[in-house]
Design a protein around this ligand. Structure first.
Ligand code: GTR
Length: 453
């Protein structure tokens, strides 16, 4: 009698669990909606007790509606989105998150192609290396773009442009790539006293399978992000900031650009170069970045609509993840660890995500109607995979308003089950925080669809 009662109770609880837990799915493990591994949650929580890794502790939040104007009016047509709401959201991100670039394309900026090899990589590619001098003046900041274009194509080719962390010479062992002489973050093979040496050649080649990209018909362009602004907090005294900053009474404005703003601006200057290069199809340039550079790729794509496809790889907080979930890295944490990444105004939202006038789904919505692809990794809870997925889902309304599908699913897909049905692509991959061959293949699959004639 007693055990029957228990059995009934057990079945009752199980039924409630099945109905209330949207992640519960019958059948094939592989098709199960992704969920953070409980073991990993436990381990990470033990290691960083101040960080929330538990879904139960995600605060209740209400997201700002991308389709409601600041004055409360609803956006119900594409024109109002285009002429009113989109500029409004862009301005909110400028003012409160990434800061404002003081200049667009500098008038005297110059390009110098200092290397042109038509038979690079055993004849597979044409290699170009180009110095962009931002002001056209001697001794002022420059950046070098390394470009590989597939020789198999007679037409201008679509290109992926990617900022890199360690210098252009780290993406491939090709000895003709100029070895960067710039400041580098310490740590890692081949960096001595914050300078790269020969040992660092090809060090990050696992993140750039150049031959495979070329074989699939795409070009690759890459720039060392430190050329634009070295990634440490020095009060904005190096890189492009001191050259272009407009100080007010000797001070920077609370919405002056931070480092992410500068890196994104540098990507637009690379786009300026692509427009002058007849071998590049400048209507099909995809901007891609990993981690902090994923945040940068999103901001670059939002502010410069010449980028036809925008890809955020494991970008997390301040990138694709919803800030209001405060899961993994938070606004307060990122502004403390990296005080130079965002604008000063962003710091007023430390611990007050709810008061932000925007959230990151609105950043993704700024890409519409262009394709955008967001990735997460199973082990990368710091970047909040679910928050990245939800941002894509909540950006979808804007795509639908423009007659497109958006993400096309409501629930998180299973591990390694890419969602590529609509104009927003998403996957959560096995493994940790990284840019892998799997990620690249999915980006190229998505580009094949959206870049086809
Ligand atoms: C982490 C940072 C993340 C992410 C990452 C990276 O330390 O907390 O936001 O950007 O660095 O860029 O590698």
């Amino acid at each position: 009698m007693f055990s029957r009662k228990l059995l009934v109770m057990y079945l009752f609880v199980l039924a409630i669990f099945c109905f209330t837990n949207d992640n519960y799915a019958f059948g094939n493990e592989a098709n199960k909606n992704w969920k953070a591994s409980p073991d990993l949650v436990e381990k990470l929580t033990k290691g960083r007790s101040e960080t929330n890794y538990s879904e139960q502790r995600v605060p209740k939040y209400t997201l700002p509606n991308p389709l409601v104007l600041t004055d409360g009016a609803k956006v119900t047509d594409a024109q109002t989105w285009r002429t009113k709401r989109r500029p409004e959201i862009l301005e909110l991100f400028r003012k409160y998150v990434y800061g404002r670039a003081p200049i667009a394309r500098p008038e005297n900026m110059s390009f110098e192609v200092f290397d042109l090899e038509k038979k690079a990589l055993d004849g597979l590619a044409t290699r170009k290396q180009v110095t962009v001098n931002f002001t056209g003046k001697k001794d002022e900041p420059t950046m070098d773009i390394l470009i590989y274009l597939p020789n198999a194509s007679a037409k201008p080719v679509p290109v992926f442009v990617v900022l890199n962390f360690g210098g252009n010479h780290t993406i491939h062992s090709d000895p003709a790539i100029k070895l960067s002489e710039r400041w580098m973050r310490s740590g890692g093979e081949g960096v001595v006293k914050n300078r790269a040496d020969e040992k660092s050649r090809g060090r990050s080649s696992s993140r750039f399978n150049v031959e495979e990209i070329l074989k699939r018909g795409y070009g690759l362009a890459t720039i060392y992000y430190g050329d634009i602004d070295p990634d440490f907090h020095d009060g904005f005294k190096n890189g492009v900031h001191p050259v272009f900053d407009k100080l007010i009474d000797g001070k920077r404005a609370p919405d002056a650009w931070g480092s992410i703003g500068a890196w994104a601006w540098g990507l637009s200057r690379a786009m300026d170069y692509f427009e002058s290069d007849d071998n590049i199809d400048n209507k099909r340039v995809a901007v891609l970045g990993h981690s902090r550079l994923g945040k940068t790729a999103l901001w670059a794509g939002a502010r410069d609509e010449r980028f036809a496809f925008v890809i955020s790889n494991n970008s997390g907080c301040g990138g694709a993840a919803l800030s209001r979930r405060a899961y993994g890295e938070t606004v307060g944490r990122i502004n403390t660890s990296f005080p130079h990444w965002f604008c000063e105004n962003f710091k007023q939202y430390n611990g007050k995500e709810d008061e932000l006038p925007v959230d990151q789904h609105m950043l993704i919505a700024l890409m519409a109607p262009r394709p955008v692809y967001v990735t997460s990794a199973d082990g990368d809870l710091w970047a909040d995979p679910r928050g990245e997925f939800l941002a894509c889902r909540y950006a979808s309304g804007v795509y639908r308003l423009l007659g497109l599908k958006g993400l096309g699913v409501r629930e998180m897909p299973g591990l390694d089950q890419p969602v590529q049905k609509g104009t927003i692509g998403y996957h959560v991959r096995s493994g940790g925080h990284n840019l892998t061959e799997y990620d690249w293949q999915r980006f190229m699959d998505f580009a094949d669809v959206h870049f086809s004639d």
